[in-house]
Write a protein that binds this ligand. Structure first.
Ligand code: NAP
Length: 295
């Protein structure tokens, strides 16, 4: 077994993602000697104590990061600027500051200006999750077989980036690097737009007349059910993602709207070839995912 990567690992936020990292670090000997967890609500702090996945549970963010050689932000991306203002003066010299946020341009925008000299920022995004949230929802195997994307800053510390990459490899992830703008476009199409569509379709169904809505719920297994699973996601997290990946999301939505109009036109004019072609493309993409073991 290798040496632990960190002496003192501090998780700011210990919901689905933060508590999964903590559970993983608990399970393995090669990640951290001491695990510190901070969240804001007293009831969440109490629950973390009960669950026992952290060695230190700290109500004060500034005190939580003191002496940590790695701090991972695991809060909704809209909370980053406020959290950073609290912790920045207390980060230990040489500390690695990383995160798990679903948007990366906004994270760099909010963290970089407050970064003290000698602190190494390595933005990261594990592409793993479920529709559940909170400290009870996490599990150590969450990141296994999934991708983690790093978006290192051009002048970022290479050794720190490599340490964060190694953390995610030990979590079972495949690590890839790209710039933040590319990341934000990719996640806009693979994750943010599908969520926007799921929230919208559930709203449309909910607006239907009473008796139709009842029938929708009764026969939901025909496809609607899969949208409801995605639409059951955390409110704070998804509000923040939409507001912090606005440009990329709106660009993908505009393209999607054009494409859906093209399909609607084919339906109106009975253009069977066009319709078949779209279905064939969908099937091909699904096969590709299965072959890459991402289904
Ligand atoms: P979550 O289960 O809702 O947990 C969020 C945690 O952050 C909770 O411990 C919450 O504690 C704490 N928190 C919220 N606002 C805070 C604040 N202002 N100060 C301190 N703590 C605060 O969310 P999650 O799914 O773990 O998501 C965390 C991050 O991971 C987000 O940035 C998200 O974009 C990213 N992410 C999520 C997924 C996914 O599928 N869920 C996948 C990849 C990345 P309290 O109860 O005390 O508020």
């Amino acid at each position: 077994m290798s040496e632990p990567l960190f002496r003192r690992l501090c998780l700011i936020g210990a919901g689905l993602i933060g508590s999964s990292i903590a559970r993983l670090a608990r399970e393995r000997d090669d990640i951290a000697e001491t695990i510190v967890a901070h969240t804001r609500k007293p009831e969440t702090l109490e629950r973390i104590r009960e669950l026992g996945f952290a060695d230190v549970v700290e109500a004060d963010a500034a005190r939580a990061v003191e002496g940590a050689d790695c701090v991972i932000l695991c809060v909704p991306v809209g909370a980053y600027a406020g959290v950073m203002a609290q912790i920045a003066p207390h980060l230990a010299p040489g500390c690695i500051l990383t995160d798990v946020g679903s948007t990366k341009g906004s994270v760099i925008r909010d963290l970089a200006p407050l970064l003290p000299p000698g602190i190494h920022l390595v933005p990261a995004h594990p592409m793993a999750g479920t529709e559940h949230s909170g400290p009870d929802a996490g599990f150590a195997a969450l990141f296994e077989g999934r991708y983690t994307i790093l978006t290192p800053l051009p002048d970022g510390d290479r050794a720190a980036t490599e340490t964060v990459a190694e953390l995610w490899r030990r979590a079972g992830s495949t690590v890839e690097s790209m710039d933040a703008a590319t990341h934000d476009k990719v996640v806009a199409i693979v994750s943010h737009l599908p969520h926007l569509i799921a929230f919208t379709i559930c709203g449309t169904a909910d607006d239907l007349a009473e008796e139709t809505r009842e029938a929708v719920l009764k026969f939901a297994a025909s496809g609607f059910r899969d949208f409801t699973r995605i639409a059951a996601s955390d409110i704070d997290m998804w509000r923040d993602i939409f507001l912090n990946n606005r440009d990329a999301l709106l660009e993908m939505l505009a393209r999607f709207t054009e494409d859906s109009h093209a399909l609607a036109r084919a339906v109106r004019w009975g253009e069977a070839d066009f319709i078949e072609d779209r279905i064939r493309r969908g099937r091909r993409i699904r096969r590709g995912l299965i072959e890459r073991k991402q289904a």
